[in-house]
Design a protein around this ligand. Structure first.
Ligand SMILES: Nc1ncnc2c1ncn2[C@@H]1O[C@H](COP(=O)(O)OP(=O)(O)O)[C@@H](O)[C@H]1O
Ligand SMILES: [Mg+2]
Ligand SMILES: [Zn+2]
Length: 279
């Protein structure tokens, strides 16, 4: 045992740059202002050993800080994992995982008003009184970001079924169901009409053929009849969107709805340069 500790000491001494520094030349009674008397060692280098109680306190403090750092890190990791799990279960595009209402940052008063409207729509969902949320306007302004954030929020706060889909996704399903006669139209409409919250993105990007368009309208209409909330996202202007959806549906969508216009400039370019990738 003694041999072993001697070995360790001499190893430490060698690593520290010479055994001379660790040779104790004398011991004496020293005084710590906080802890009183202790036996101090004087080394050949002239260095005097500090109060062992102070040393222990300092180490405990450092350990405490370290432990807290780990705890902080772990809870952040846990929150991240929960967020990602949630986003995966919500089935949103991977690029929008982790996008929240909180991390959508307004840069001016108009955007502050947008954020307020989104938060209010979130409250309306919670109280079961939300109709449609129409997010329309310039590209790259965070419309899909906010739609996905609302889906994750609905899922986190209330559970249930939420779904993100582009109109292209819906149209593809219509075409597939026709080609393979797999799902009857009515079932397809019912599938999209039953989600507790649906976000339908890129409205108006594709005009669609008559069947595709009819089904899009039936889905939106069914959801209106069931008083289920729908987030409609479009790059069209308000006039063009109204024209695309038609007067009857547009009027129905006004009930308990929020219409939010995005007129800012695109964040996509600046952000992607900052992130080191491009669309
Ligand atoms: N106000 C904002 N705060 C934070 N990120 C934003 C904001 N606006 C846009 N972004 C980010 O810019 C990118 C493009 O937004 P996106 O939602 O795809 O725009 P849109 O659907 O309106 O075309 C996304 O990465 C999004 O998170
Ligand atoms: Mg988008
Ligand atoms: Zn001390």
């Amino acid at each position: 045992m003694e041999k072993c500790s001697h070995f360790v000491e001499s190893l430490v001494a060698r690593l520290a740059g010479g055994s001379a520094n660790f040779t104790v030349t004398d011991t004496f009674t020293a005084h710590c202002q906080k802890h009183g008397q202790y036996t101090a060692k004087r080394y050949q280098s002239g260095r005097v050993s500090p109060c062992p109680t102070c040393l222990k306190e300092k180490k405990d403090e450092e350990f405490q800080e370290y432990a807290e750092e780990i705890k902080r890190h772990n809870s952040m990791q846990a929150a991240k994992v929960v967020r990602e799990k949630l986003a995966q279960s919500v089935d949103i595009p991977p690029r929008f995982i982790g996008k929240t209402v909180a991390n959508w940052q307004p840069e001016n008063d108009a955007e502050k008003a947008i954020k307020k409207a989104i938060v209010n729509y979130g409250f309306a969902i919670q109280s079961g009184k939300a109709g449609a949320l129409i997010l329309h306007g310039n590209k790259g302004t965070g419309k899909t970001h906010l739609a996905c954030a609302l889906l994750s929020m609905r899922k986190a706060q209330m559970g249930g079924s939420v779904q993100y889909a582009t109109v292209a996704d819906l149209f593809r399903k219509v075409r597939e169901s026709k080609r393979f006669s797999s799902t009857p139209e009515s079932e397809l409409i019912e599938e999209y009409a039953k989600f507790d919250l649906l976000a339908l993105d890129e409205i108006g990007n594709q005009r669609g053929d008559d069947d595709e368009k009819r089904i899009l309208f039936d889905v939106l209409n069914k959801r209106y009849e069931k008083a289920l909330p729908t987030v409609l996202v479009s790059n069209l202007t308000r006039e063009k969107l109204e024209e695309f959806l038609g007067e009857v549906l547009w009027d129905r969508l006004q009930e308990n709805s929020f219409i939010v216009s995005f007129s800012g400039k695109s964040r996509r370019v600046a952000r992607n340069i900052a992130d080191g990738f491009s669309d």
